[in-house]
Design a protein around this ligand. Structure first.
Ligand SMILES: [Zn+2]
Length: 211
């Protein structure tokens, strides 16, 4: 199967979902290869990219290069909250129990049982959807409060002001670093700069700690 064809399935699926939603609906999409797939659809103008935000699921992120981990982590993109993006893996895990039972079945019986199992799985998900969303909002708000308190105490301790403006500057600076290729500028790119900044940060923190 060629790459173009492989990308065809998710493209058709997303087009179908997007066509049945209202025009102002925004889509937060997690996909194992969101980094390359988002570029693919954007380049060919296959989806309304303005309405889409892309993330690589948290566990799958470890298999990607550092710049992907930073640019496509759901923890770093607005709107994803505490979503891990691994929902489909839970479906595979649920389906494991059917492997032994369906092994000796005729294809028709296997299909029948798996269809019923999948119906049950989606019905259970649907029934819990409202409760799940409320739980997620509460967990996200709790996490936000914890982070804000941590931030405030760090700023107070080290007297380093952190406003939305400085935060946005840091984010765009980081994005710029990742746009540079590893062979650009100094010949070593953002990795070398990142290590230098990290060492500087550690030495500053150490000097503040020993004060
Ligand atoms: Zn990637």
């Amino acid at each position: 199967m060629k790459h173009g064809e492989r990308y065809g399935y998710p493209t058709v699926l997303l087009k179908d979902i997007m066509s049945s939603a209202s025009a102002d609906t925004e889509f937060k999409i997690t996909y194992d290869i969101a980094c390359v797939f988002s570029k693919y659809v954007k380049k060919r103008n296959l989806l309304d990219s303005e309405r889409c935000s892309w993330a690589v699921p948290v566990f799958h992120g470890y298999g990607h290069i550092a710049s992907c981990q930073v640019s496509f982590s759901p923890r770093r993109i607005p709107g994803f909250g505490l979503l891990d993006g691994e929902a489909i893996e839970r479906l595979w895990s649920y389906l494991r129990r059917f492997a032994k039972i369906t092994k000796e079945m005729t294809p028709g019986h296997r299909l029948n049982l798996l269809s019923q199992g999948l119906d049950h799985f989606s019905k259970k998900k649907e029934d819990r959807l409202d409760k799940w969303l409320v739980e997620r909002v509460i967990a996200s708000e709790g996490q936000l409060d914890l982070c804000s308190a941590d931030n405030a105490s760090l700023q107070q301790k080290y007297k380093v002001p952190l406003t939305d403006l400085t935060l946005n500057e840091m984010i765009s600076e980081e994005q710029e670093q990742f746009k540079k290729t590893p062979t650009s500028a100094s010949g070593r790119g953002w990795r070398s700069q990142y290590i230098k900044d990290l060492l500087k940060w550690y030495s500053l923190r150490y000097s503040l700690d020993v004060l």
